[in-house]
Design a protein around this ligand. Sequence first.
Ligand SMILES: [Zn+2]
Ligand SMILES: [Zn+2]
Length: 240
Amino acid sequence: MNVVHQLLSYFLPQGCLSCRSVLALEEEGPLCPHCFKEIKYLSESHCSICGDPFPHEEIASHVCGECLSKPPPFEWARSLFELEPTLAKVIHSFKYRGSEVPLPWFSGEIAQWLQQQKLLVDCIVPVPLHRWRLLQRGYNQSLLLSRSLAKIMKVPVDDQNLFRKYYEKPQVLRSREERLKQVTRAFEVKKASVFKKKKLLLIDDVYTTGATLRDCARALKKAGAQVYALTIARTPLRTG
Ligand SMILES: [Zn+2]
Ligand SMILES: [Zn+2]
């Protein structure tokens, strides 16, 4: 968000990030009460490691077949919400248009959830962007979220030690082989000693296949850390 936008957003009444209706002064946003009703918290019935929701609410949480056969490098991965169209609009404006309006809501929800889990971490680590992507976009949304969360949790953020080695070309420009190579070994840690024996909270905006989080967690675990991966949203349940 540039300076003009920031100034305008300070003086103009805030609009709902989904339906664009003007919010009343006492409404905190980023959505109007009607759109807030569309937001879906993820079910409590999920894989206790990867966090994938089970198709039926009544199934008790347990380790899914995929995690049993190939344990992921994180202790667990969780997401707060399902990525349905309303939340997708909020995340899009945060990720691609630099709107910081939803940040207090996101970080407040995450902090509250972590408190319920009684999880204490040593450090928050955002999923990094490659430096060229950072230059193009101007900010890393996962870092913004991490900083906002760190203020509430009083925990440091480390956005220097984990880095992305490969520049991500847009998916459509990449060959299948390139895609596989880039998502499986794209991240590395500069100084392993910094993360050794640390409990780390790895932060990203959306969990789609989990490939990015797994790759980050692989590098962090190699450095001797315990990794807890958390995203705001998860794409709806994959069927079949
Ligand atoms: Zn609305
Ligand atoms: Zn699983």
